[in-house]
Write a protein that binds this ligand. Structure first.
Ligand code: WT7
Length: 661
């Protein structure tokens, strides 16, 4: 699409349908504005009301927000509750108890259903099994499992006994797992023997064994193994037990452990600017409030809905909109084990048809790759499936380009479903800036307006407010209930990363560039302002990949990693490498590049593999020895160098680095 056309598309406005306005909880912009006014007039009163209305408290809170230890904010601090009771027990004795909580579709298409009542029984039994293994309130438990009912059961069971879970995405490496076990001081790992993806059986337990064997996991006592497939796996006597073994004889009733509202429900590791991933710590009360409330507000979830969020439980989206939100809202949800392209790239559309999905939530990268597939093969075009059950569509994880938005609107939503483009982060716990399906007129490529009570703003790099129309950095001016509480074990890093003194120390720095439109004040997200890349909606630190590359000490002398725009994955990883030996060319360069890619996959995970590797005798540096990353970004994009290179120590290097393998 030409630039002119895309500008035209961007300026189109799609008001919510009359039907959507009529049926929605937040109906029309007046209702949205009324909630915003309520929050503006009485910030604490607003949140206190919502927390009372939306959660079951075993001990009611008397304090709403404590700012005395800012930027370590506390919400509902003297209240007590249990997250699992708020997702399961509260439905017992209501019409929801016999409703399907989860429709699980396996990689091979086999479908399993569990009702709320059955799920409560399974979670309780698993919670008893955890207790029998000596796991107790406050302990950390790593969960490294495929998408499964068992995964959700494991998370909910930890919450039930007050253990803090830390889910590690099944695509992360043994090394990444080892670092997380150590950082969290985990007492147990919950895993599976294998995972099934695209018809292939892939090991998980073997990776756990490898991770533990790397050493340092001194706190770890137990490994619990879900036998997903009949294939056996190595078991270490005394340490490793199958689910069947530990569940045997355990009753399916377990009293939920009441915890303080600030008790850490989970830690989720995510990439930051520096090498080491950050353990983002979330609370119980504030987090759960937002999970429940955003299900109601953003997805306008109704008892008759079938909700499907395609995210893996290893990411924050899979925490808030698979493991907690849908259950807290009493919804029926689809959980999918496999991949969108198996057995064909029509799988998502086929599943929407089969399960009569009404609210569908996925990533722009998935949409873009399915557009490409549908263009190449008419048989898997969404037009070939009955998608009339859909009523709301959502996107998450990265900016959606207006072309993909239009395709999603037209071919998946049948021009009738509002699209909620939800901006948020691992640290925010849930949606922050998003349209409301029965209120907000949408504009392709814009996440529109903040949710009520979320004080989002655009400022310059000194923290000064910028007028609409000006690009700047995105900040949140007041705390909100589901915000990150700290970085596990590193409060100083939390302060420096999110409340930097340069901005005055009182603004939450999201790390994204953004602008508000001059007319409506709608937000448009530009991309990260730090050294974080967004590849297919997955967050990767450039420094993390650089450290992985230079840890191959026999080969690599120096490495610099930057992102470049990619039509399919949003951004792609581009690595500039100086070897300890002479600069390779031709086939040899290709072979070494592959070796390095596999090395990165082993160090971090396949998602971090550089798409592009360039070799140079050196890297472009200033005379003071600083790598000129801006120059590298231009080279990665294939742009002509227009920047001033007069301060460059070694200008000749640029030609070498521009050479593709
Ligand atoms: C970063 C956070 C949100 C949960 C999944 C990713 C980018 C996220 C959008 C959106 C533009 C978006 C931002 C953000 N991002 N949603 N709707 N439009 N950009 O969570 O891994 O913590 O990544 O994803 O850059 O900072 P995450």
């Amino acid at each position: 699409m030409s630039n002119i056309e895309s500008v035209l598309v961007e300026n189109r406005v799609f008001p919510p349908s009359e039907q959507a306005v009529k049926s929605a909880r937040i109906s029309g912009m007046e209702a949205y504005n009324a909630l915003c006014d309520e929050a503006n007039k009485d910030f604490e009163g607003f949140w206190a009301r919502l927390a009372r209305d939306n959660l079951v408290w075993t001990k009611p809170f008397t304090k709403t927000l404590d700012e005395s230890k800012a930027p370590f904010y506390e919400w509902f601090e003297d209240g007590e509750l249990n997250a699992s009771a708020n997702c399961l027990d509260k439905h017992i004795g209501t019409p929801t108890e016999n409703k399907t909580a989860i429709v699980f579709e396996a990689d091979d298409g086999a479908v399993t259903r569990v009702s709320y009542k059955e799920l409560l029984g399974r979670v309780s039994q698993f919670a008893n099994a955890l207790k029998a293994q000596g796991i107790k309130k406050g302990d950390r438990v790593i969960i490294y499992v495929p998408m499964s009912i068992e995964g959700v059961v494991a998370m909910q069971a930890c919450a039930r006994i007050g253990a803090t879970h830390s889910v590690v995405f099944g695509g992360f490496s043994a090394k990444a797992l080892n670092e997380r076990i150590i950082d969290a001081g985990a007492v147990a790992v919950i895993t599976a023997n294998y995972q099934m993806r695209g018809g292939k059986e892939m090991p998980l337990k073997a990776i756990v064994d490898e991770g533990i064997a790397m050493g340092g996991c001194d706190t770890l006592k137990t490994v619990l193994v879900f036998m997903r497939t009949p294939t056996t796996c190595g078991m270490t006597a005394g340490r490793d037990k199958t689910f069947t073994e530990v569940l045997q004889g355990q009753p399916s009733e377990c009293r939920p452990e009441a915890v303080g509202a600030e008790h850490p429900l989970f830690i989720l590791y995510t990439s930051g600017s520096t090498g080491k991933p950050k353990g983002v710590q979330h609370s119980t009360g504030g987090y759960l409030l937002w999970a429940k409330l955003t299900m109601d507000w953003t997805f306008d979830i109704k008892p008759s809905d079938v909700f499907w969020c395609t995210a893996d439980i290893g990411w924050i989206t899979g925490h808030t909109y698979v493991a907690y939100g849908p259950l807290a809202a009493g919804a029926t949800q689809v959980i999918f084990e496999g991949i969108p392209t198996y057995p064909s790239a029509g799988r998502f559309w086929q599943m929407i048809e089969k399960h009569k999905v009404t609210v569908f939530y996925t990533a722009p990268t998935a949409i873009r790759s399915l557009i490409k597939a549908a263009e190449g093969d008419e048989k898997i075009h969404p037009a070939r499936y009955d998608l009339t059950s859909l009523r709301i569509l959502g996107t998450v994880g990265e900016p959606i380009n207006p072309e993909a938005w239009m395709w999603y609107h037209k071919h998946v939503g049948g021009e009738r479903c509002p699209i909620v483009d939800t901006w948020w982060q691992t640290e925010t716990g849930g949606h922050m800036i998003t349209p409301l399906p029965g209120a907000t007129p949408t504009v392709p490529g814009s996440c529109t307006l903040p949710l009520p009570g979320i004080m989002a703003a655009i400022v310059d790099d000194l923290g000064k407010d910028l007028p609409h129309g000006d690009g700047g950095i995105l900040v949140i001016k007041r705390p909100w209930p589901s915000m990150i509480r700290t970085i596990w074990g590193d409060p100083e890093r939390y302060k420096a990363s999110y409340y930097p003194p340069e901005l005055g120390g009182k603004l939450y720095l999201a790390g994204d560039a953004a602008a508000r439109s001059a007319d409506r004040g709608y937000f448009r997200i530009g991309g990260r302002i730090d050294d974080v890349l967004n590849v297919s909606g997955h967050r990767l630190g450039t420094m993390e990949i650089e450290s992985a590359l230079v840890s191959k000490t026999d080969l690599v002398a120096e490495a610099a990693v930057v992102g470049r725009p990619d039509d399919l994955t949003g951004e792609a990883v581009c690595a500039f490498v100086v070897l300890k030996r002479s600069r390779p060319t031709g086939d040899e360069a290709k072979q070494i590049a592959n070796e390095l890619r596999n090395w990165v996959a082993k160090e971090i995970g396949p998602i971090a593999k550089p798409k592009d590797i360039r070799f140079g005798d050196n890297l472009p540096k200033t005379r003071s020895g600083k790598i000129m990353r801006r120059l590298l970004r231009s080279i990665a994009k294939g742009e002509a160098i227009t920047q001033d290179t007069s301060t460059l120590e070694n200008p000749a290097i640029l030609e070498q680095l521009a050479e593709k393998l």
